[in-house]
Design a protein around this ligand. Structure first.
Ligand code: AMP
Ligand code: GLY
Length: 424
């Protein structure tokens, strides 16, 4: 069966890599892909927003399954567009992707179904939002309602920061229409954890938990990024807490979506905070695989990913066995100088082929290209994700960092403390 994967980052590289191991997989296309993905799939130069071109391509190539990676096309209804042409597609429809695309929708849903999340109020009027904000105390969290490339959340430690965030979202419109409505919510303290699940409406099949590192610098300092590194499993978090999160949050949310007439089919991704007393609460939901969570979760999958996608599309997820390896995985992201603010592109990368051809680490490309001389160059903020595997987090981490040492480019930066929290 020929497959089309939509997207072009490290997440999509990991998805294509896992699919390429399936015996059932025929030719794999990736739109638009990137130079690293181009080593194992045929990249198709169509943007993720070009629904007509993408559906026409899928029909022409008689694609048997489309898999959608990124959030924006899901929120814009790419799944509905493929379904309208009877093309099998893995991902939530527009009305289900709203769980990520609108924070007010998500918060109202959780409130309605008594699913644990931070206390909040939502506002469409600046003066009312400001008055409410001034009745609260810092730390406090301000969120733009819509998608803002992962930048729409401000965790404000002072009231000045909070007011500044509110002003820039609602008056200065720094996130455009995404900031027309805002959510002001309670600050939650604790450990963060991501639980991703394959969902086919009713059935929820959770993947092993992972932890992301969003701030750009060591010690969780600096501005938030898309994610600077991940690891899985989380040996320092009790399985009982993970089970509680699945039972009190992930499963009830999928059920709530069915009851709302918006059955969720695809990867439901819960971003959770575990309070110091061990209670998990929802920070956010995403309607897709995480990036770079996928890079540590899929290498642990023993079952054929294509079988899982097809079962989700056919509504038979309950009938298949899904097996995970006990092995640990750690992903270290290497980013361009300047990221998450502006950064240069086209910087030559050295050592990549040597490290990629080694046995020890997996290298997923997030933003790379080849220049005219055939050299690897940077082509994005996040450039590479280096994944180490081992019997423990400690081993996996050592493998990832040793491999990362071998790759260099001007301005390269990576965190040195990925998975350090798990080394107890
Ligand atoms: P999001 O874009 O919704 O994933 O939020 C980005 C980051 O902001 C999260 O990973 C958390 O670290 C932080 N965050 C979001 N909401 C809260 C909250 N209510 N309390 C504390 N931190 C939060
Ligand atoms: N790594 C967080 C995300 O994909 O949203």
């Amino acid at each position: 069966m020929d497959i089309l994967v939509i997207g072009g980052g490290g997440r999509e590289h990991a998805i294509v890599w896992a699919l390429s191991k399936s015996e059932k997989a025929g030719k794999i296309y990736c739109a638009p892909g990137n130079a690293g993905i181009g080593q194992i799939a045929e990249c198709v130069p169509i943007a993720v927003s070009e629904f007509e071109q993408l559906t026409a391509f899928a029909l022409e190539k008689e694609i048997g399954l489309v898999v959608v990676g990124p959030d924006d096309p899901l929120a814009d209804g790419i799944v509905d567009a493929f379904e309208a042409k009877d093309i099998p597609v893995f991902g939530p429809r527009k009305n289900a992707a709203e769980i990520e695309g609108s924070k007010t929708f998500m918060k109202d849903l959780l409130r309605k179904y008594s699913i644990p999340t931070a206390a909040y109020e939502k506002f469409g009027d600046y003066e009312q939002a400001l008055a409410y904000l001034r009745s609260r105390t810092a730390p406090i969290v301000i969120k733009a309602d819509g998608l803002a490339a992962g930048k729409g959340v401000t965790v404000a430690y002072t009231m000045e920061e909070a007011e500044e965030a509110l002003r820039s979202m609602m008056l200065d419109k720094v996130f455009g229409d995404a900031g027309t409505q805002v959510v002001i919510e309670e600050f939650l303290e604790g450990q963060e954890m991501s639980i991703l699940a394959f969902v086919d409406g009713e059935t929820v099949r959770c993947m092993p938990a992972a932890q992301d590192h969003k701030p750009v610098y060591d010690g969780d300092k600096g501005p938030n990024t898309g994610g600077m590194g991940t690891y899985s499993p989380l040996p320092h978090i009790d399985q009982a807490i993970i089970d509680k999160a699945i039972e009190s949050i992930v499963i009830p949310t999928a059920k709530a979506m069915v009851e709302e007439g918006r059955p969720f089919r695809g990867v439901l991704f819960a971003g959770l905070m575990i309070s110091p007393d061990g209670t998990p609460k929802t920070i956010e939901f995403n309607a897709r695989f995480g990036d770079p969570e996928t890079q540590v979760v899929l290498p642990r999958l023993k079952t054929d990913l294509l079988e899982i996608f097809l079962a989700a599309v056919n509504g038979t997820l309950a009938d298949i066995d899904i097996e995970w390896s006990e092995e640990a995985a750690v992903c270290v992201v290497q980013a361009s100088g300047g990221y998450p603010a502006s950064y240069p592109k086209g910087i030559v990368i050295s050592g990549l082929d040597e490290v990629s051809s080694g046995e020890s680490a997996l290298v997923f490309h997030a933003g790379t290209a080849k220049n005219e001389a055939g050299e690897w160059v940077t082509n994005g903020g996040r450039v590479l994700g280096i994944v180490g595997r081992g019997t423990t987090i400690e081993e996996a981490r050592a493998v990832a960092y040793a491999a990362a040492e071998g790759i260099d480019f001007e301005g390269k930066h990576q965190r040195t403390d990925i998975a350090a929290k798990a080394l107890v």
